[in-house]
Structure formats: structure tokens, C-alpha cells
Design a protein around this ligand. Structure first.
Ligand code: A5P
Length: 196
């Protein structure tokens, strides 16, 4: 099995949580793409949902696949958001933003009664860590995204407060208290983790 097949397995499990009539948030990234593909199959089979995408890439994919879309202006409260993550800690604190969509991802997750994070097991970590090379690019919203090298993040809430206090910082990729459920797929199968 490849990492991609694990991502698809996690996405397939998340589809079980979708019911007709739901208002959904659609995440961004390679794992979320699997979820959108599988959701579209259900829509073609008669599932009735409306969805708010978290990026232009997800909007384009969902439109192409025939999923009815809306914005939070039309549908301010969502039932469920399904999204990927760069890292998932044991209390379901997340690092997100590797796909450049963290601002809209956080707004959509915060508007949702429930957020499920889907990932392959490699995303599960004991302590959040960000160790990619620093870079900046412009997001869908026209913001510069900086990838900071911060080593082990022992206290994510304190870091989140410090980042939010920096003038000019629009948003950061720490998602604290947003995900209720993680669906992780790996060699030993698919497991669900609920936030403690
Ligand atoms: C998008 O901005 C990100 O938050 C993604 O959800 C995250 O980077 C996970 O992406 P993959 O599913 O491609 O690993």
C-alpha cells in the first residue's frame, strides 16, 4: 500500500459520516481531494449535499465533479468539515497550511459543528513540529504564507497566542480545539481517534 492509498482509505471512512441534506466544508490538499472525489460519486448516486470549498483548487475540483457549492455568506453554519492536515497531535491539535489554504480552512472549520481530519498515519506525531525549509508564497486570498522552522512545539496554545499578537499576522496554521475526530489510515488499517 502507498501513502496515497492510505489517504484514500481515510477519506473513504469519512464518507460514512456524510448524510443527505448536510452542509459540508471541503478541505484542501491531496487527502481532501480523495474525499471530494468519493463524495462526488455519492452525489452522482443521489446524495443531496451543499458544500463550501476552502480553496480555489477545491472549488475547481468540486465544480468539475458536479458537487453543489455555496459560500459562507449563503450558508454560514455547516454540519461537517472534512480536511487533511500536515501534522496531528494526540489532542487533535493540527498543523495545517502546507497547501496554502489555512485561512479559509480555519474559517470553514470554525463554522462547522464538527470537523473530521483525515490523514495517513505518517501525519500522527507525539509533539507538533514544523521542519520544512522556510519559504513564502501568495495564497488564494492574496496573503503571503511563511513557513517557520520552530522545532518541537511543546505548547501550541502559547505559540498560537504569540503568533496572533504579531501585527500583520492574518492567521497561523495551528488548529486548536477544532478537530473532534481524526481518521488515520496505515498498514494496520483505519483507526478513529476522538479528541479527549
Ligand atoms: C492545505 O492548506 C493544508 O492544510 C492541507 O490540508 C495539508 O497540507 C494536508 O495536505 P495533504 O493532504 O496533501 O497532505
Amino acid at each position: 500500500m502507498t501513502a496515497d492509498s492510505y489517504k484514500r482509505a481515510a477519506a473513504a471512512r469519512a464518507i460514512d459520516f456524510v448524510r443527505s441534506g448536510m452542509r459540508l466544508g471541503l478541505g484542501t490538499g491531496s487527502t481532501a481531494q480523495h474525499f471530494v472525489e468519493l463524495l462526488a460519486e455519492r452525489v452522482r448516486a443521489g446524495l443531496d449535499v451543499i458544500a463550501v470549498p476552502t480553496s480555489e483548487a477545491t472549488r475547481a475540483q468540486a465544480t468539475r465533479l458536479g458537487i453543489a457549492l455555496a459560500t459562507l455568506d449563503d450558508v454560514p453554519e455547516l454540519d461537517l468539515t472534512v480536511d487533511g492536515a500536515d501534522e496531528i497531535g494526540p489532542d487533535l491539535t493540527l498543523i495545517k497550511g502546507g497547501g496554502g489554504a489555512l485561512l479559509r480552512e480555519k474559517i470553514v472549520a470554525a463554522a462547522s459543528a464538527r470537523m473530521i481530519v483525515i490523514a495517513d498515519e505518517s501525519k500522527w506525531v507525539d509533539v507538533l513540529r514544523r521542519d520544512r525549509n522556510g519559504h513564502a508564497f501568495v495564497t488564494d486570498g492574496g496573503h503571503w504564507l511563511l513557513d517557520a522552522q520552530l522545532g518541537r512545539i511543546a505548547d501550541p496554545p502559547a505559540l498560537a497566542r504569540n503568533l496572533a499578537a504579531v501585527p500583520g499576522v492574518m492567521e497561523h496554521g495551528l488548529f486548536i480545539g477544532l478537530a473532534q475526530t481524526a481518521i488515520l489510515a496505515g498498514r494496520d488499517g483505519v483507526r478513529l481517534v476522538e479528541r479527549p
